[in-house]
Structure formats: structure tokens, C-alpha cells
Write a protein that binds this ligand. Sequence first.
Ligand code: 13P
Length: 287
Amino acid sequence: MLVSVTEMLKKAKEGKYAVGQFNINNLEWTKAILLTAQECNSPVILGVSEGAGKYMTGFKTVVNMVKGMLEGLNITVPVAIHLDHGTYEGALSAIEAGFSSIMFDGSHYPIEENIAKTKELVALANPKGISVEAEVGSIGGEEDGVVGAGEVADPAECKMIADLGVDILAAGIGNIHGKYPANWQGLNFEALEKISEATHPMPLVLHGGTGIPGDMIKRAISLGVSKINVNTECQLSFAAAVRKYVEAGKDLEGKGFDPRKLLAPGVEAIKETVKEKMELFGSVGKA
Ligand code: 13P
């Protein structure tokens, strides 16, 4: 069932669990995530970056592929197709293509410009029932060629953006995309607490879910995080499983070169990672 994130995250915030956003790259990714969500009876958010959208030949292809799979795989749990770190123009085309949710990442603009653009997008998305995620304070690390230094969000700015009618808010609290460096200071819970108080009852989003220890994830959820984004971890487990298959020479045995066989261990690995995260986030059985 294709839905926006509004209802599923409102329920998550009230029930003190988080829904995972898992980024998709291709058919195998999408299928693995949808099947796991159904198996776990969990709501799920499919994250699509602009780069991944282009890779999959455009947002329309993504929407049609997901809709086809919902039908073809009999997926009955709530599923959102969500633009990840959208530009203003990207957000417009995602709305046009039929995404059920968008993120506008205006965190690199001065706050006034972030406010103005976020407001415009909310006015376009809301009447169509499309949810909007805004961002304050950048998420560190590199994603799709965009490198952020990682800046902790100011609670007063978070409140300003939250009041614009957005559905969810991503706030930088020392989290970064990709693997965490050995000298990482951990999440800034003091900042999270202040942001959570200032923006209550807005569900908060934690980006950079890869590699955050389980106890920090649980604490973040207890402080108001209702959506957690995971991307790199699925890529790492997929790559490791396919590497193992090739290194064992299985592609050279019989029809082992068939992509449906060659990629199967990668698909299984994504499923395992997604299931682990759904269990950790507490979304299992909450569809
Ligand atoms: P990771 O790649 O670190 O899991 O981050 C994903 C993310 O935040 C997507 O927006």
C-alpha cells in the first residue's frame, strides 16, 4: 500500500519505535526491502536519492517499478517512496512523478532561504497528500558527491522550520553518512533533547543510520526519533555477499553466471540487514 509517511511516523512517535528508510538502487534492492517489510509486518520507507533516481532512469521508472512490485508481490504493509536529500528542482520532479513523500534538503542555504523554499514545497505537496521532510544542520559525510561537514542543528531554527507545516524534520546531531570514523564522538543527545522539546510532537529523522551502535539508536528513539535512514550498510552487506560468491568461483560453476543466481546472495544479505534494523528500531509487527 503506497502511503505518505505522515500516519506511519505519527504512530511510530506515539508508540516509541522508528520506521526504517532504506535507500534503493535497483530492482534487487527494492524487492529485497519490500519482501522483508512484508515478512516482518513492518511499515517501510524506500529512500531514493537524486543520483539513484537518475541511475534507475528517472523518478517515473522508480514509481512504476515500486507500484508494480506492490501488486506483483502482494505487499500489504504501508510503503512510502521518499525522495532523499532532494534539491528544490528534484523535489518538484518527485512530486510530479508520483512520490508519496519528499525530503527537501535546504540545510546548506541560509535559514531564511531554507524557510522560503521549504514553505513553497509544503504548499505544493500537502494538498496532494505528499509528506515533506525538511533538514536543519547538515549531516556530515559524503552522499552522491555532496560532502557535508556535519553541523549540529540549532533548536530555535528547528522550531522555525517545524512550524512551516512540514511532516518530519531531520536535524544534524553529530550523525554522518557512510562509515563512522574511529574517533567519532557519538550522537549529541543533549542537542537532540533540546530539538525534540522545541519541536514536539514532530517526528524527528536520524540520517546516517549505518554503524550507529544499538544503544545509541534506542536512546535516540526514546528522545523522539521516529525515522532512521540506512543506506551504506545494505551496500556493504550486498557487496560482501556477492564478493564471497565470486571468490568461491560459483559464477564459473554451471549456470552460476546467470545474474539471478549471481546477485541472489546479495539480495539475501540486504534482507538480513533490513530485518536486523527493523528489529532494532522496533517496527516489526507495527504495520
Ligand atoms: P548511511 O549511508 O550512513 O546509512 O546514511 C543513509 C542516509 O542517511 C540517507 O539519507
